[in-house]
Each structure stands twice: as C-alpha cells, then as structure tokens.
Design a protein around this ligand. Structure first.
Ligand SMILES: C[S@@+](CC[C@H](N)C(=O)[O-])C[C@H]1O[C@@H](n2cnc3c(N)ncnc32)[C@H](O)[C@@H]1O
Length: 353
C-alpha cells in the first residue's frame, strides 16, 4: 500500500495512502477528472481526509472542499495542501459525526456532496507508535484522535465477559472467549503495553498454521480498533448528519471495508429511501417519507484492475444515494441494530491521553 506511484498524478506528489475507488467516488459526486468536463464549483464535505487523496482529486475536478479528520497528524500533514489550494480547501480537525455542525460553523453551505471513506489510513497502520499494527512493535494505542481510552486500557481493565463480546462481535472472532481468557490471565502477571505483547499472546493461544491466510491477531486488533474509536456509532451518526446537511440533489457516498459497516450504510439507505419491507396485508407502521433516492442497487465495487493493483480495494464497497427535498427525519440509531456493548466511557484511562 505504500510508495506507489499510481496516485502521484492525483495528489501532486508521492503520498502513502492509495485512495480506493477514486473514479467511482468522483463520478457518484458528479465530478470528473477530465479537466474539460469540470462542472463548476460544487461544495463537497470529505469526512475522512486521511492523506487527502479524495480531497485533492475533488478540488482538481473543480470542487471546493471542507475536509475533516479526527487525527491531528492528518491535519498537520494536510497543511501544505491548504496552502497549495488557497481558499479551496478548509481542513478541520474533528469527528465526522458532527459534520453538519462543522459545515455550519465554517459557513460551508450549501453542500452538494458528502463522502466518507471508512477505516484507518495506511499512515496510521504504518506508524508503529500509533499501535494499530500487530506486525510492528509499538504502544498498544489505536486512538485515531490520540485522546481518551486506548486499546491497552481496554485489554487491561475490561471485564472478561465484555471483552469476549467486543472481540466476538466487532472482530467476528469465533474463538473470542479463548482470546479474552488468555488476555485476563496474562494481564494479571503483566499489564499489556505493546502491540507485539498482545499479538504474540494471541498467536500462542490460537496457534497458527502455515495455510492460515491471516494472522490470528487480525480479528482481535480489528475489534479493539473499532471499539476504541467507536467507529460504528460514528458512522451511524454521520449518516444522519449528512442527511441534515445535504441540499436537495446532493449526493452521499460511503466507502466501507468491513461487513458490519457496509450493513449499516445499506440499512440507512433502505430506511431513508422508503424501501422498508412489511407485509402487504398490514398497514405500513412508522412509514417515513423518503429523504434519499438510490439508483439501481446503489452499490459499486472496485474493478479488476484496481483490485489487482491495490489489494485493499478488494473488500471495498461503495454505496451512494441522492438527497431529495424532504426535510430530514429524526436520528434513529435503532435502525442499525448495533450490538449492546459495554460503554467506552466506563473504562479507566490508565495509559494517559
Ligand atoms: C481510509 S482513511 C481516508 C483516506 C482518504 N480518503 C484519502 O484518500 O487519503 C480514513 C481517515 O478517516 C479518519 N477518520 C476515521 N474515523 C473518523 C471520524 N469518526 N471522524 C473524523 N475522521 C475519521 C482517519 O483518521 C483516517 O485518516
């Protein structure tokens, strides 16, 4: 994922994160990389700035962009782009669940498009000290915003039963109880402080066959990352925030890499496009007026060429829909059926933040 030249032309210099399904994102937002087809100044909110791959391409295609990232490092590294695109890029440190408030506070209205590219960036994965990778030794951190409860706090303080649920549900780890039992036993001897300490314990506990496609710690690390950053809650709230923010005819485009997240986006568009299913013999209960229209399936996947070039794109799913004139509905997180997990705030912050 690193050091690849294919996006040098997109962002004007070497960057480490390869934007996934970039052409599809642009076309769903009604933007084009063909300079002759520049459509004029659309206002787009990029909720996940990262290395600025989408943002830069959108600006080059004629849009003005307000980009958000909760990671202070991403904001720091994006300062040069703000300078380069004088007046066309507003870069804001914050959480995308507040994207409508952030746009209002910055008078970035009306908004023609919102794009979200869910997950971690290659920079976050590559930097050992961020603690996202089980392949590199670093502090067991995983906090995108660098504040609050860290992954070490979770494994050192969470009750075993809660840990089993987090690892089982968010990591889809079938052997979650074996992992959490081993964690609790280990932390009594020596609290967790590093990524490799946890990765080695999981490898020892679950074993590893030469034929295994993924490292045995993959699922547990994924679960801890999603939990520490409250990624599902953030995504759900951001979808409603985009509904409140977008003008009629505006597009919401979401790229996900994880089945739980894709399911949320699918459920949201189903709920908001009036496609709830019920019995045809019963009156529709809680019928909501549609606020979005989907076209076709509203689902795109990476093409073969991109999948060959960038393995990360193979699991990407892009869903999009168009906002209509109906006023936004109430935020109803129950449509996602999110798992009932222990609250992050109830855990102690031991590692500092
Ligand atoms: C996959 S990367 C985005 C890459 C970007 N599209 C590009 O082309 O460079 C995801 C980024 O979203 C940020 N992020 C994740 N969750 C967030 C949230 N709730 N609020 C704001 N930023 C978030 C991460 O810090 C990370 O930088």
């Amino acid at each position: 994922m690193t050091g690849n030249n294919i996006i040098d032309d997109v962002v004007g210099g070497p960057v480490r994160h390869i934007p996934v399904m970039l052409n599809e994102v642009l076309s769903c937002l009604q933007l084009s990389r063909d300079v002759n087809a520049v459509v004029g100044s659309l206002k787009i909110v990029d909720g996940t700035f990262g290395a600025g791959g989408y943002t830069t391409a959108m600006i080059e295609a004629g849009a003005d962009v307000m980009a958000i990232d909760r990671d202070p490092n991403a904001i720091r590294d994006g300062a040069s782009l703000v300078k380069e695109y004088e007046g066309r890029l507003l870069l804001v440190e914050g959480e995308f669940r507040y994207l409508d408030q952030l746009a209002q506070e910055n008078s970035f209205l009306p908004v023609d498009g919102v794009v979200l590219d869910i997950g971690v960036s290659s920079m976050q994965l590559d930097e050992a000290e961020r603690g996202f990778s089980f392949q590199k030794d670093g502090p067991l951190d995983m906090r995108m915003s660098r504040t609050g409860v860290s992954a070490a706090d979770v494994v050192n303080t969470m009750q075993q039963g809660d840990l089993t649920r987090v690892i089982g549900i968010l990591g889809e780890e079938r052997k979650a109880s074996q992992v959490s039992r081993a964690i609790v036993r280990e932390r009594e001897k020596l609290p967790f402080s590093t990524t490799l300490q946890l990765a080695h314990l999981i490898e020892k506990t679950l074993g590893r066959r030469a034929t295994d496609r993924i490292h045995p710690a993959t699922r547990t690390f994924q679960a801890l990352r999603i939990f520490v950053n409250q990624e599902l809650e953030q995504l759900g709230e951001a979808l409603f925030a985009a509904e409140r923010l977008l003008k009629a005819g505006g597009r919401l485009v979401v790229v996900t890499f994880h089945s739980l997240e894709d399911r949320m986006v699918k459920l949201f568009f189903k709920d908001r496009s009036g496609r709830q299913e019920g019995s045809r013999h019963l009156p529709l209960v809680n019928h909501k007026d549609a606020t979005f229209a989907t076209h076709g399936k509203g689902l795109l996947k990476a093409g073969r060429d991109e999948a060959d070039m960038n393995p990360r794109s193979r699991s990407a799913k892009l869903r999009w829909a168009e906002r209509n004139e109906t006023p936004s509905g109430k935020m109803d997180m129950s449509i996602f059926g999110l798992p009932n997990l222990v609250s992050l705030d109830s855990l102690q912050t031991v590692g500092g933040g």
